[in-house]
Ligand binder design. Structure first.
Ligand SMILES: [Fe+2]
Ligand SMILES: [Fe+2]
Length: 181
């Protein structure tokens, strides 16, 4: 299977987390706020699955592979991807800080909701950008994208993170039952 198809399937899981995020944002806005532990679980999923598992593999894989065919890291679609990942990380960190403050300051709920909503908008845009621009671009430029190097990178990653990812997916499923279904 083309590595970009694996990445696209992972986007569908990240979108499931964004549905939970939207429900949590709605609850933060109308009150009473959701349990802090649930927000922390959601942030944990976005840190581990969306960032460490998915974004960091895209960075290692696409940056390296595309630089080998002369595509610069500091401009064009790779630079755009890296900037969006960085922004996503910053927003998750900001949400983490707001969540800690929320325990002492109920007024922070609206701020936390705004940060989460910014993350959601960014990720919707980011996923669309990758699927419509970056992945097709990579597939055209790298006809052997599916071969050797990338398949090995996927296998190494999955081996390294299997237990943690399974646990994160189970936690996401529990959040979906609580907030969405
Ligand atoms: Fe990405
Ligand atoms: Fe992605």
């Amino acid at each position: 299977m083309q590595p970009t198809r694996v990445l696209t399937a992972e986007h569908r899981r990240i979108e499931q987390a964004l549905v939970v995020l939207s429900a949590i944002v709605a609850q933060l806005r109308r009150g009473p706020p959701p349990a802090a532990v649930d927000v922390e679980t959601l942030l944990g999923f976005l840190r581990v699955y969306a960032d460490v598992y998915h974004h960091q593999l895209e960075e290692r894989m696409l940056t390296e592979a595309l630089s080998q065919v002369g595509l610069p890291e500091r401009s064009g679609p790779v630079a755009a991807m890296l900037a969006q990942h960085l922004e996503a990380r910053c927003l998750i960190d900001l949400a983490g800080v707001a969540l800690v403050r929320l325990a002492a300051e109920p007024g922070v709920a609206a701020e936390l909701a705004d940060v989460l909503q910014s993350y959601q908008r960014l990720l919707v845009h980011h996923i669309r950008y990758e699927e419509q621009v970056l992945y097709p671009f990579a597939e055209r430029l790298l006809p052997s994208l599916a071969a050797g190097l990338l398949s090995e990178a996927f296998a190494r990653r999955d081996e390294q993170h299997a237990v943690e990812v399974e646990s994160q997916l189970a936690k996401l499923a529990a959040l979906r039952r609580r907030y969405v279904e």
